[in-house]
Design a protein around this ligand. Structure first.
Ligand code: G4P
Length: 191
């Protein structure tokens, strides 16, 4: 998506060869107009899919999803990253390992907000190694809901996430695909 690439070129920072900071419009300060354009682009991409619910993971996936939920008139549900809350039979949960942060965390979702009749679009702000996405998919599958699509705002294509998720049989639509961040230079995958 050209507009998003323009934002990344203009506002993105590259502190090292692996990390792209986009705090100026997505991860800290949020550009609402851009979020709406991201949502319109997801709506167009998934226009042939049945969608009853949009799912994401707190925190930064929520912003584009709220606009998409508004456009599609379906609920937006975010899975929570849990450290201490009491888990019981009312919640689905799975453990996710973050390679970027080198921590494990529990992803949780109340059984109230998903059921086997749901057709879910899963959206997240970043895909690096795909662990968060795979964890979310485990929960959606455990709930016996259907996965209608996976949307990612920024995919770091030089990491393993896409490969691992595709190996599970899912397609991914990424709005911007980063080929390399070497030597502070942002290079996109040619599409
Ligand atoms: P993975 O799920 O794809 O394996 O990603 P990983 O655990 O490696 O990433 C952990 C967190 O770091 C996630 O955010 C992810 O979005 C974010 N992240 C990974 N690579 C980058 C990057 O290059 N730039 C930025 N800005 N973020 C990156 P999170 O902890 O879930 O944060 P938030 O959603 O609460 O903001």
């Amino acid at each position: 998506m050209e507009l998003l690439k323009d934002y990344i070129r203009k506002y993105g920072n590259v502190p090292n060869d692996n990390v792209l900071k986009v705090d100026a419009f997505l991860n800290h300060q949020i550009d609402a107009k851009l979020m709406m354009e991201l949502a319109k682009d997801f709506k167009e991409h998934f226009k042939d899919k049945k969608i009853t619910k949009i799912m994401t993971i707190e925190t930064s996936g929520i912003a584009p999803c709220v606009f998409l939920g508004y456009l599609l008139d379906v609920p937006v549900v975010f899975m929570k990253k849990n450290s201490s809350a009491i888990l019981d039979e009312n919640f689905y949960h799975t453990t996710v390992h973050s390679f970027t942060k080198n921590i494990d965390y529990d992803l949780i979702l109340s059984k109230k907000y998903i059921n086997e009749d749901d057709h879910v679009i899963f959206i997240d702000d970043f895909m690096a190694n795909g662990e968060a996405c795979l964890g979310a998919l485990r929960i959606i599958e455990e709930a016996k809901a259907n996965v209608s699509g996976i949307g990612i705002v920024i995919e770091k294509s030089f990491q393993n996430g896409r490969k691992l998720v595709e190996e599970k049989g899912f397609d991914i639509y990424s709005q911007a695909r980063i080929k390399s961040l070497k030597q502070g230079t942002i290079t996109f995958v040619e599409e």
